[in-house]
Ligand binder design. Structure first.
Ligand code: UDP
Length: 330
């Protein structure tokens, strides 16, 4: 297939491109490199640097390339930043998607897989979370992703543009090759921050609150290997190419780990002490987020292959140890 990947130089996007190329697909990438990295672009992909809010640019790419389906990762995704600068998120995430959809319709490209998030649910009413559960985001990031899902829904009704929305839980780990991994200019995620301690880039990891109603008082999350997420995107494209209807799927392992358990596992993997200090809660953090991914397993035939937290952290550690400054180390 010919797949256009928007945001293919970013963390999850670049891993998906590697898996697509591995399976013999033709890949075209659009990325504005605001948060993505040129070094993460697969050598066999055709790369267009530009912004999806620019209609002429998106038209140019779709005029030039034969595209069967689009996978859309091009969005801002920092919860904290989205609360300080909400309009940036509305502009990039929603205006960008609107322009993209207009261009896709004009070019008769009618299939899209889209990265959504567990943040669309907000504070869950039950665990594990099912796709039909209440969606009440507690931050602008989640709100814009939910609005994107709704934009797809109404565009499907009017134009028959079929979509799959994949609501990820906590993406982590790195490609087995060691070529690509997580490298955010502004790091906010737990596992890369923990690994900065044995890399001597940070004195200690801060635990955001130990007064939650969980077994050790720290938040519980569902950590999912980035390669397993990548595989789900390919299955979702295949699902759409078979003529199936639009759909929404959770992607997680269905197992929760506390922040303290993640730190302990990192200590085991790195064989380093890893100092931890407790501070107050981070605003907007739900106590517990665990996915039910039964729907993705049943309908897409998805099966996480790297669910073991030790393996996830070992893959991340291999990447960070070899690239302590991220892609700048290359
Ligand atoms: N967390 C933490 N210290 C950090 C970063 C994160 O205790 O320096 C906690 C955070 O409160 C959450 C979990 O780790 O409970 C995962 O946070 P992350 O930002 O990685 O992902 P999120 O669940 O917010 O998408």
């Amino acid at each position: 297939m010919n797949i256009l990947v928007l945001g293919g130089a970013g963390y999850i996007g670049s891993h998906t491109v590697y898996e697509l190329i591995d399976k013999g697909h033709e890949v075209v990438i659009i990325d504005n490199l605001e948060t993505g990295h040129k070094e993460a672009v697969h050598k066999k992909a055709r790369f267009y640097e530009g912004d999806i809010r620019d209609r002429a640019f998106v038209d140019y790419v779709l005029d030039n390339e034969k595209v069967d389906a689009v996978i859309h990762f091009a969005a801002n995704s920092l919860v904290g930043e989205s609360m300080v600068d909400p309009l940036k998120y509305y502009d990039n995430n929603l205006c960008g998607t609107k322009v993209l959809l207009e261009s896709m319709i004009a070019h008769d490209v009618k299939k899209i897989v889209f990265s959504s998030t567990a943040a669309t649910y907000g504070e869950p009413e039950r665990i594990p979370i099912l796709e039909e559960d209440k969606t009440e985001p507690t931050n602008t990031y989640g709100e814009t992703k939910l609005s994107m899902e709704k934009m797809f829904k109404w565009t499907d009704r009017a134009h028959g543009l079929k979509y799959v929305s994949l609501r990820y839980f906590n993406a982590c780990g790195a490609h087995k090759s060691g070529m690509i991994g997580e490298a955010h200019k502004q790091e906010t995620h737990l596992i890369p921050l923990i690994l900065q301690v044995p890399l001597k880039q940070r004195e200690a990891i801060t635990i955001f609150g130990e007064d939650y109603d969980t077994k050790d008082g720290t938040c519980i999350r569902d950590y999912i290997h980035v390669t397993d997420l990548a595989q789900a995107h390919i299955l979702a494209v295949e699902y759409l190419m078979k003529g199936n209807d639009s759909n929404i799927f959770n992607l997680g392992n269905g197992i929760g780990f506390t922040v303290k358990e993640v730190i302990d596992t990192a200590r085991k993997v790195t064989k380093e002490e890893i100092k931890a200090v407790v501070s107050k809660r981070r605003a907007g953090d739900p106590a517990k987020l665990i996915a039910s991914s039964d729907k993705a397993k049943t309908i897409l035939g998805w099966k996480p292959e790297h669910a073991d937290l030790e393996e996830i952290i070992a893959d991340a550690w291999r990447w960070h140890k070899a690239h302590p400054q991220g892609f700048q180390s290359i």
